[in-house]
Structure formats: structure tokens, C-alpha cells
Design a protein around this ligand. Sequence first.
Ligand code: DQA
Length: 150
Amino acid sequence: MNSQNIYVLNGPNLNLLGTRQPEVYGSETLQDVETLCRRVAAENDFAIQFRQSNHEGEVVEMIHEARTEAVGIVINPAAYTHTSIAIRDALASCDMPIYEVHISNVHRREAFRHHSYVSGLATGVIAGLGIEGYAAAVRAISLSRAKLIR
Ligand code: DQA
């Protein structure tokens, strides 16, 4: 039987992880994030579809794909968190657990990062755990599919 898919979606500038403001985002790369997510998912018999885009419409299209192909979504919308009603509306069309992840603690940063268009419809929000936040979100989706949490 094929494993069920958890989609892990990443917004703009996250392709630069590891070299971009390492004092804020750490020295691990997006490849490290992908490896971590795949390991945690495999431990729980799930598969990962891992994506990144610098373009808002592409992120919307990734969410549309996840709508029919995923059992859950982990999304770090990056700067689009604070600006994108289109990404929020796309997520609102997905009937599955959705976890919003931020590597940094956005609430300790500039005021414009304190508002998220996504948080109001997310199952859970994780901020400030570094890349471990992605692992926690993948684990949470695995547990919710096993009906251990709701
Ligand atoms: C981020 C926080 C956002 O405010 C920022 O625009 C990002 C990354 C984070 O992972 O901490 O690009 O989502």
C-alpha cells in the first residue's frame, strides 16, 4: 500500500535557509528540513511531498494539489503569512489538519510579523522552535490521523 502524503510547503526566501540571516533562522538548510520531515514521516508510515516557491500563485497551486493528494499540510508561508488572503482562502478549501510553522518566534520580532492570515484557520501554530517545528508538525499530523489527537 502506498503511504499517505503529508505536504510540507514553504514560501518565499526559504530556499536561502542556512545562509539568510543565520542569527534569526539558524544554519540548517531547506535540504536539512526536508531530510528531517522525511525521517519523522517515515517513522510513522507517512510520505512527504516537499515544496518551496517564491511566488504566491505557485503556493496557492501547491495547496490546490494538496487538497486532493494530502492527509495534512505543514506550511511555512514565510512573508506571505502576513499578507496573503489568497493563501488563506486556498487553505480554507482543504478539509484536513493544517499546521503553520515559523522557524523564528515571529511574536518577538517586528509588529508586522505578529499578524497571520493563516493562524485563524490552522489546526496548530508553531513558532520559534527552529526547524524542529516542522518535525513537531509532521508528528502532530501523524498522531491526528491515528486519532490520538484532534
Ligand atoms: C518566517 C517568519 C516570517 O515573518 C518571515 O517573513 C519568513 C520566515 C519564519 O519561518 O520564521 O520568511 O516564516
